[in-house]
Design a protein around this ligand. Structure first.
Ligand code: SAM
Length: 345
């Protein structure tokens, strides 16, 4: 768990309020971009405190918008703040903040989903993976449609130690729709246990910090929001390539309500499926009648390790795609009747 940081290590000069900035630059929230703003600086301070001590830290804020969280990050006494904002309308307001904290802020008008983070922080901040996390943080209140694909991309980066994790175990403090935050942190047996739980918890310590009620945002979203903090683990709980773990986990959860045997079977071609599924489950020591959400992390690890051995013995296995086989099976009668028709013509 990140030690709660102090905010107000740096005093910004008097500025128009975030609400005034919104009015001044006519920053009407765009519904299609799921823009919901936080205007209460006590709340933005609370979010920023979840990141831990930020004094002299290098921070990347994703989606600063009108700059509420940005002010709290600056007040925490950071050394450098990189802002990545997709919507050009926010840039002038952010420039005003940049002038209030000379030499500290860099503004990038760009898309975080494609932005390359490998070279943005100074080299001297790099830490060995086994060491304490570097003094680099990612903080953001993003639209839900961006935060979920983004965390999956960053989890892959954690697994490969690239992207923002080229600097070591960079910590992230991000907001998610409350239900997604519950999935990210769900324990075995929990109602929300899902693919996201395994993918995040096998690579990071994931902490569901607190819930922000929808009415704290302007305009109010349909759902509540939660702040989640991630610290990459020194040793992932499953020591297999990201793509392999993702494939096994996706298969297991394919049939959520059925015995896990059903989903795991989709890892194998129809011919020999039963025998190979039994072999996998027996070697991995997993009870086939457990439901996917009941499986523990060590059971997922055993499944991944055993599946890896089976793939090493049969290199074509990893390429097998259950959905593709189903599609071809459905097409076969159609192709047969077309060729019969061609023969009669
Ligand atoms: N951080 C501000 C706050 O808390 O009040 C704004 C939050 S609003 C939910 C999300 C912000 O992320 C918007 O400013 C939006 O323009 C920006 N955004 C959306 N998609 C983005 C992307 N792919 N890359 C960077 N910024 C993005």
């Amino acid at each position: 768990m990140a030690a709660p940081g102090k905010v107000a290590a740096f005093r910004l000069p008097p500025l128009p309020t975030v609400g005034d900035i919104i009015k001044l630059f006519r920053l009407k929230a765009q519904k299609q971009l799921s823009q919901n703003f936080l205007l209460d600086l006590r709340l933005t301070d609370k979010i920023v405190r979840q990141a831990g001590e930020l004094k002299n830290a290098h921070v990347c804020e994703v989606g600063p918008g009108p700059g509420g969280i940005t002010r709290s990050i600056l007040s925490a006494g950071v050394e450098q703040l990189l802002l990545i904002e997709k919507d050009a309308r926010f840039i002038p307001g952010l420039q005003m903040l940049s002038e209030a904290a000379p030499g500290k802020v860099r503004i990038v008008h760009g898309d975080i989903l494609t932005y390359k983070m490998e070279k943005v922080f100074p080299k001297h901040l790099k830490k060995n993976w086994e060491d304490e996390p570097p003094n680099i943080h990612i903080i953001g209140n993003l639209p839900f449609s961006v935060s979920t694909p983004l965390i999956i991309k960053w989890l892959e980066n954690v697994s490969k130690k690239d992207g923002p994790f080229i600097y070591g175990r960079t910590q992230m403090t991000l907001t998610f729709q409350k239900e997604v935050a519950e999935r990210l942190t769900a324990n075995p047996g929990g109602k929300q246990r899902s693919r996201l739980s395994i993918m995040s918890q096998h690579l990071c310590t994931v902490e569901n910090c607190f819930v922000i009620p929808g009415q704290a945002f302007v305009p109010k979203p349909e759902v509540d929001v939660a702040v989640v903090h991630f610290t990459p683990l020194v040793q992932p709980k499953i020591q297999q390539p990201f793509e392999l773990v993702e494939k096994v986990v996706k298969s297991v959860f394919q049939f959520r309500r059925k015995y896990c045997f059903r989903g795991i079977g989709t890892l194998f071609p129809e011919r020999g499926r039963l025998k190979r599924t039994e072999e996998l489950m027996k070697t991995a020591n997993v009870d086939p009648t457990l439901r996917p959400f009941q499986l523990s992390m060590s059971q997922f690890r055993n499944l991944c390790d055993t599946y890896r051995k089976m793939c090493d013995e049969d290199p074509s296995l990893f390429m097998y795609n259950y959905r593709e086989e189903l599609k071809q099976k459905k097409m076969r009668p159609l192709l047969k009747s077309t060729s019969q028709l061609e023969q009669t013509i």
